[in-house]
Design a protein around this ligand. Structure first.
Ligand code: SF4
Ligand code: SF4
Length: 630
């Protein structure tokens, strides 16, 4: 329409009819569809009012502008067609919707129709140009940001692609101000459509924490806009000063006898510079510390974002700044970091006890089985936590029963560094990662099995940055494979009704939703396998990821929220595939006083129990088949 206004002889009608007609039909019908959507959007925002999506002036202006563009399209073409009809022509097939309006306006004279068409044309152009000028200042900027953001999204298999920090360079100690984010992270902030999906799926937000991932993304953008506006203002004042000073100097003024306007401008410059200096750091300022520490790095936000914004990575980068540069680490995390430094595990239990879990068990160490097919990575929870030790022992029984060729690293194993990295202590993480890569390499490891999805994620996705390239598989993937190859067979299913709780680091971050379910199906539980409402990629976190396992939680607890969903599913067992989920859900059941009614069991424990009833100490609970909780 713009081009045909400037050059009336140019129009789409110059195209061959077979192209022109379908193109205009498409435009005309799409206009009607958009108009219908706008009407629905207004109803939704004013009457239905979805959570977190308010009807703001900005939203009203945008919806109004788009709706008006559609209406003026119909006005222009409707009057145009009416004019042609009044001259004895016919309504063109290319405008099925505008044609209806044209027929309704057919009684008008040709000059009245021409006036109406001109009015529709100019209104359309006026609204379009005004809207385009308003766009950069509105939330509708995502119209420009979303497409490039989608095209430049992280396409690697590593969804949380945390850059390795060069610790020698203090400027790289995380992100304190917006300038330290990559261009891609800043583009993210312009792509947000304000759909609020991320916040609606966030477990921290759902349990009342001071964290809305949507708001966090907007805050980065507001911070950038405010700082850039101040810098621009300083640049403009400096330009003004330089100009005036030249004039003043040529008219006999100097530093000793300055021009009065120069004094004013210098004062303005100083005040604006001071305003910029006084702005608090973004990290810990506009984006509060408790916002950053509330995140479990579960990835639910990133998973649902339609424009591929990566929230958790930004949160971790800002945590890095809090820990490494600002030295603002919550006391519980400081304790966990100290324990990692001294004893190589976050609980601070003597590393000499790392193999105590294996007492009385037939577990080959790397010294005894020097060239195994698999290294069995035990993990700190698997080695030190009394509840998880049972799970580790069950896994060993399963491996032995299936005749798998494996060995453990024994005392050479140390924490993978997952809690340190996710909680922002990159320095500590790098130290632990280098040690472990060295140990794994010298053991000749090629394939690593781990029961902990956090260990899996770290060895698989983070260690390549340190020269460690290993094939890492989760124990549920191996067990599913052993069932498939008939190396394992479930003998005695003692399960009642079972549900499966997805681990964020196994499912969302590493794409494995099926193997744990396949194993459960292979168990032929008499009560069957039930899904909870929030499952697979929309599974609800247990609350322990991102170092939160070692932190205090105030208010409603994430694990209790999830425990309530398990209870509502009316099952006798909830199967887990992660030590942290096991600990958190066990605690959730205790909080709700149902620990003797709903068993929390790792997949390996369920399989081990089926091979050898009575093996796992909780088997008595599992055998009470029909007991469910309402
Ligand atoms: S990673 Fe999870 S906890 Fe963190 S902001 Fe996203 S949804 Fe919320
Ligand atoms: S899901 Fe993505 S687009 Fe939607 S509000 Fe969150 S960050 Fe913005």
């Amino acid at each position: 329409m713009l081009v045909s206004g400037l050059f009336p002889s140019v129009s789409l009608k110059l195209l061959p009819v077979f192209m022109y007609t379908p193109l205009y039909i498409l435009i005309d019908v799409m206009n009607l569809m958009v108009l219908t959507m706008i009407v629905w959007a207004v109803i939704r925002r004013t009457l239905v009012r979805p959570h977190l999506i308010p009807m703001t002036l900005d939203a009203g202006l945008i919806l109004g502008a788009i709706g008006s563009l559609m209406l003026t399209h119909f006005i222009y073409h409707g009057y145009h067609i009416a004019g042609e009809l009044s001259l004895g022509g016919s309504a063109p097939a290319a405008f099925p919707v505008s044609g209806l309006l044209g027929r309704a306006l057919a009684p008008l004279t040709a000059s009245q129709a021409a006036t109406g068409a001109a009015m529709g044309y100019w209104l359309h152009i006026l609204i379009l140009l005004t809207f385009l000028n308003y766009l950069p200042y509105s939330k509708h900027i995502h119209l420009l940001g979303a497409l490039p953001n989608i095209f430049t999204r992280n396409r690697s298999e590593r969804k949380m692609d945390l850059p390795k920090i060069n610790l020698e360079d203090e400027k790289q100690w995380g992100v304190g101000n917006f300038e330290q984010f990559s261009w891609k992270s800043l583009l993210d902030t312009y792509a947000c459509t304000e759909c609020a999906r991320c916040t609606n799926y966030c477990p921290a937000y759902a349990t009342g924490k001071n964290l809305s991932p949507m708001q966090l993304i907007h805050d980065v953008r507001y911070e950038m806009l405010d700082r850039v506006a101040l810098k621009d203002k300083i640049g403009a004042i400096e330009g003004e000063l330089a100009q005036l000073q030249g004039y003043a100097n040529s008219h006999g003024f100097d530093d000793a006898h300055p021009h009065p306007d120069v004094i004013d401008i210098k004062a303005r410059l100083l005040a604006t510079q001071q305003e910029l200096t006084d702005m608090p750091k973004m990290t810990g300022g506009r984006i509060a510390e408790d916002t950053l520490w509330s995140c479990t790095t579960c990835g639910a936000c990133q998973e649902v974002c339609p424009v591929f914004i990566e929230h958790p990575m930004k949160i971790i980068q800002m945590r890095q700044n809090l820990v490494l540069e600002q030295e603002k680490t919550p006391p519980e995390l400081q304790r966990a970091f100290r324990n990692l430094e001294r004893q190589n595990n976050p609980w601070g239990i003597g590393n000499d006890q790392r193999m105590d879990w294996a007492k009385d068990l037939d577990v080959p160490t790397i010294e005894e089985n020097a060239d195994p097919e698999y290294i069995l990575w035990i993990g700190c929870a698997g080695a030190f936590d009394t509840r998880i030790i049972k799970q580790t022992r069950a896994m060993v029984k399963v491996l032995n029963a299936a005749g798998v060729d494996y060995a453990v690293l024994g005392h050479q194993e140390g924490c993978t560094g997952d809690p340190a990295r996710r909680a922002g202590n990159e320095m500590l993480f790098q130290m632990l990662a280098e040690q472990n890569v060295e140990v794994l390499k010298s053991s000749g490891a090629k394939k690593v099995i781990t029961s902990c999805p956090h260990c899996l994620h770290t060895i698989k996705n983070d260690y390549p940055q340190f020269g460690g390239d290993f094939e890492v598989i989760h124990h549920t993937q191996l067990i599913a494979h052993l069932f498939e190859k008939k190396q394992l067979e479930a003998k005695n299913s003692t399960l009642g009704t079972v549900t499966y709780h997805d681990s964020c680091y196994l499912g969302r971050w590493n794409g494995e939703f099926d193997a744990p379910r396949a194993v459960l199906e292979a168990m032929n539980a008499p009560g069957g396998v039930k899904e909870m409402t929030r499952n697979k990629k929309h599974g609800f976190c247990c609350g322990a990821g991102g170092g939160r396992m070692f932190m205090e939680e105030h208010g409603e607890r994430v694990n209790v929220n999830r425990a309530d969903e398990v209870i509502a599913a009316d099952v006798s067992t909830v199967a887990v595939a992660c030590p942290f989920c096991n600990i958190m859900l066990t605690d959730g059941m205790k909080q709700r006083n149902v620990e003797d009614k709903v068993a929390v069991l790792d997949i390996a424990e369920i399989v081990a129990e089926s091979l050898d009833p009575g093996l796992v100490p909780v088997s008595a609970l599992m055998r009470k088949k029909n007991r469910t909780v309402s």
